[in-house]
Design a protein around this ligand. Structure first.
Ligand code: 6PG
Length: 235
């Protein structure tokens, strides 16, 4: 596991934006765009705002955008993960940039099938995603893989049924997350350390723990999350 720690949420967003741009430029040097899946939730908002502020100088041609998950809603819906990235950043993309939105408005099952086709056409068969951005929930969920989810599948995208307190969703599957070249998990605040510690514990069974058992994850944390995860030695 690789940990990158920044002083605060703002510097974390700036540092990760710097790194993603470097990665895109390096991938473009091999004549193809960086295939990156964007996370939802509130944590990546600063990152997308930071990338939006740099829109004029971004290597847009070197980016191909996917999503780690989406809610079963349209792009205008306030709950949309696409909208989270679109408003501050992707709305400034020049024509020709490949942005593979998950069509949540079709409903979870149809949208998952459509995204499966997109992923198999654009990636898959050894051309997997390069980077998957993830957050982590208090229960150790990643993307929309919640505790109890079916994690063994041959699919790259799967539907997640609604529950009384959660909209239906579409998510990259655990195999798709594990097959990506890199996984970057962004977490801010001491509260996230509780979820991270639970998933890093031996024999943990959370979706994050199940991913860690299959593939390395790079943790990008602010100091509050890092210190709560690994408290400095006592006096
Ligand atoms: C989503 C995300 C989800 C998120 C975590 C953390 O669509 O909600 O994909 O997995 O990353 O729930 O959310 P926060 O960043 O809001 O803490």
């Amino acid at each position: 596991m690789i940990f990158t720690v920044a002083d605060d949420a703002e510097s974390l967003a700036q540092a990760l934006a710097d790194r993603l741009i470097v990665e895109a430029q390096a991938t473009w040097a091999h004549a193809r765009p960086l295939r990156i899946a964007l996370s939802g939730g509130s944590t990546p908002r600063r990152l997308y705002e930071e990338l939006g502020q740099r829109a004029a100088t971004l290597p847009w041609q070197a980016l191909e955008i996917f999503f780690s998950d989406e809610r079963a809603v349209g792009p205008e819906d306030a709950a949309s993960n696409f909208r989270l990235a679109y408003l501050p950043w992707l709305s400034q993309a020049p024509p020709g940039v490949l942005i593979h939105r998950i069509p949540g408005e079709l409903g979870a099952d149809a949208a998952a099938d459509a995204y499966e086709d997109t992923l198999r056409r654009a990636a898959g068969a050894g051309r997997d995603l390069d980077i998957v951005l993830l957050g982590v929930g208090a229960d150790g969920h990643i993307a929309s893989l919640f505790p109890g989810a079916a994690l063994t599948t041959t699919r790259l995208a799967q539907a997640v049924a609604a529950t009384p307190d959660r909209q239906a969703r579409i998510t990259l599957t655990l195999p798709a997350l594990a097959a990506a070249r890199r996984r970057i998990l962004l977490a801010e605040g001491a509260g996230k350390a509780v979820a991270l510690r639970a998933s890093l514990a031996p024999n943990a069974g959370t979706p994050l723990a199940r991913l860690l058992a299959q593939a390395p994850v790079e943790f990008w944390l602010d100091r509050a999350a890092a210190q709560a995860l690994c408290p400095p030695p006592g006096p």
